[in-house]
Write a protein that binds this ligand. Structure first.
Ligand code: ADP
Ligand code: MG
Length: 250
């Protein structure tokens, strides 16, 4: 249902940071994009929601070409694709619920966002999203009073409140300890599977990818070098994603 066709990205017009990327993701799939630092993982996610426009290629949602340079097209795309960031990007002095309501504003121009009074309908969706990530008791707490793991779960709730087709998560657990990392990935996977939301989640840790992904896309030097279920990952696949892994002990 979400398809990336022949995507290329160059920042300088000569060297390609992403080459010949073709991906098809179905609802409810939890796809981990695995690769070393500099492989192009962040650039790929930024291209998909046009934070950084692709140099070439197409993005289709439900078979519909859903992007372009025009503002309206980009807005439509961003309504259907939600982001979860490494540093959750919450507004610390606002409550959890207000931060999550920002997810309901996706794709709406800032000026109308500022004028908008939150409707009961939006508040109900935001509260349900907060409940999905186990944060119902802290819905009215200030975001900066929460632990790192709780803040990241609120980041996920904000993405869910957008009711997207696809969630892009760029190293969502990079700043968390192992216990909170596992909890966060488990919530992200289970809620999205339940709601049939597709997830593309960048990670650089092989063990988390093996544990949580329903499918792994290995990215190395800007190209896809592996695309398959975790069960198909073996030493030679890992070596192709992380060239020289044995020397570097990555
Ligand atoms: P990853 O997220 O896998 O660590 P990135 O997507 O951040 O990799 O980077 C891939 C490559 O693209 C790197 O060589 C990086 O230097 C380059 N790159 C990323 N963003 C920019 C930019 N805004 N301008 C120029 N080069 C960039
Ligand atoms: Mg990155």
């Amino acid at each position: 249902m979400i398809e990336v066709r022949d995507l290329y990205k160059s920042f300088n017009g000569r060297d390609y940071v992403l080459k010949d990327i073709n991906i098809r993701v179905n609802p409810g799939e939890f796809v981990v994009v695995l690769g070393p630092s500099g492989a192009g993982k962040s650039t790929l996610l930024r291209c998909l929601n046009y934070l950084s426009p692709p140099t070439a290629g197409e993005i289709l949602i439900h078979g519909e070409r859903c992007h372009g340079q025009r503002k309206a097209a980009r807005r439509a795309l961003r309504k259907r694709i939600a982001m979860v960031f490494q540093h959750h990007n919450l507004i610390g002095r606002l409550s959890v619920i207000k931060n999550v309501l920002v997810g309901r504003m996706a794709g709406i121009p800032l000026w109308s966002c500022l004028l908008q009074v939150f409707r009961r309908h939006d508040v109900d969706i935001a509260l349900a999203a907060i409940d999905e990530v186990g944060m119902a008791e802290k819905a009215y707490a200030r975001a900066d009073s929460l632990s790192g793991g709780e803040q990241q779960r609120v980041g996920i709730a904000r993405a869910l409140a957008q009711q997207p087709d696809l969630i892009l998560a760029d190293e969502p657990v990079a700043s968390l300890d192992p216990k909170n990392s596992r909890e966060t990935l488990a919530y992200l996977r289970s809620v999205c599977q339940k709601k049939r939301i597709a997830v593309l989640c960048n990670l650089h840790q092989i063990d988390y990818a093996m544990e949580y992904a329903t499918r792994i896309i290995g990215l190395s030097g800007g190209s896809i070098v592996f695309d398959g279920p975790p069960e198909k990952m073996n030493v030679s696949v890992i070596e192709s994603i992380y060239p020289g892994i044995e020397d570097d002990n990555v």
